[in-house]
Design a protein around this ligand. Structure first.
Ligand code: UDP
Length: 238
């Protein structure tokens, strides 16, 4: 990244740089790995490039199916040009199979296929540990201007799940769960933002249930990079 580029924001997984166009930013994917609200940290050379490429391919796939996102085009192995958005501080989590915090919180057996797709909202606030919230909490917190926006987020999340679940299924992968973020662009439109990568999705091999995502880091399973490379290899295979 050229040094004269103005850094607008640095998060756990990405840096955002300004461009000549006030409505566009450059997202740079970092090699840093964090889990459990950044209490666990590491780094893996090449992870940023893998996530950048996987996200670009998935944003392109979604665009072909009518899902608007902030992704404009790839710029380099670790950067993409994106629409500048005001991020809505809600993590929209979609679950097809119970695991992670859902199993822990509600005692649902790990690996149980849910009777229907579950969509949950979490308040994106590190200081509060991203608590789960409902529509009324969103209203009280003033997170959204219009209650109908929450229905729109749920609807988009379900459409995205249907597209990605089918796509991964064809690649021999189970889309267990994933997290989405949305933002408002300059036109006031709510569009998909952030990333869709093995950092934000749980992907299990269909045959073996081998974990090919950030749980390899969370659970100290090792071979994180080769797992992400395997995801990329599969989604690039026609
Ligand atoms: N997730 C994420 N960022 C977060 C929290 C969750 O990308 O800050 C993703 C996570 O990778 C998984 C899904 O959202 O695919 C559901 O995560 P869960 O609530 O089970 O949380 P965890 O077990 O990771 O604490």
């Amino acid at each position: 990244m050229p040094t004269q580029q103005t850094l607008l924001y640095e998060g756990k997984g990405k840096k955002l740089f300004a461009t000549q166009n006030p409505n566009e930013v450059i997202a740079e994917f970092k090699d840093d790995l964090t889990a459990f609200n950044a209490q666990k940290r590491s780094s893996e050379d090449g992870k940023g490039a893998l996530n950048c490429l996987i996200s670009s391919l998935l944003f392109e796939l979604l665009a072909q199916q009518g899902i608007k996102s902030h992704f404009i085009k790839s710029l380099s192995s670790t950067t993409m040009l994106c629409q500048k958005v005001q991020i809505i501080p809600i993590e929209v989590v979609v679950r097809n199979i119970a695991t992670g915090s859902l199993s822990k919180r509600l005692g649902i057996e790990d690996g149980l296929v849910l009777p229907f797709t579950l969509v949950e909202f979490y308040y994106k606030d590190d200081a509060l540990n991203d608590p789960i919230i409902n529509d009324e909490h969103c209203k009280i917190l003033g997170i959204i201007d219009d209650e109908r926006d929450l229905d729109f987020l749920r609807d988009q999340a379900r459409k995205i799940n249907a597209i990605l679940r089918d796509f991964f299924d064809q690649k021999g992968l189970k889309l267990v769960d994933f997290k989405l973020e949305f933002g408002k662009n300059a036109q006031g439109e709510i569009i998909l933002a952030d990333e869709i990568s093995p950092d934000s999705c749980r992907l299990w091999d269909k045959q073996t249930n081998q974990k090919l995502d950030k749980d390899r880091f969370r659970q100290d399973l090792g071979d994180l990079k080769s797992a992400y490379e395997e995801v990329l290899r599969r989604i690039q295979t026609h």
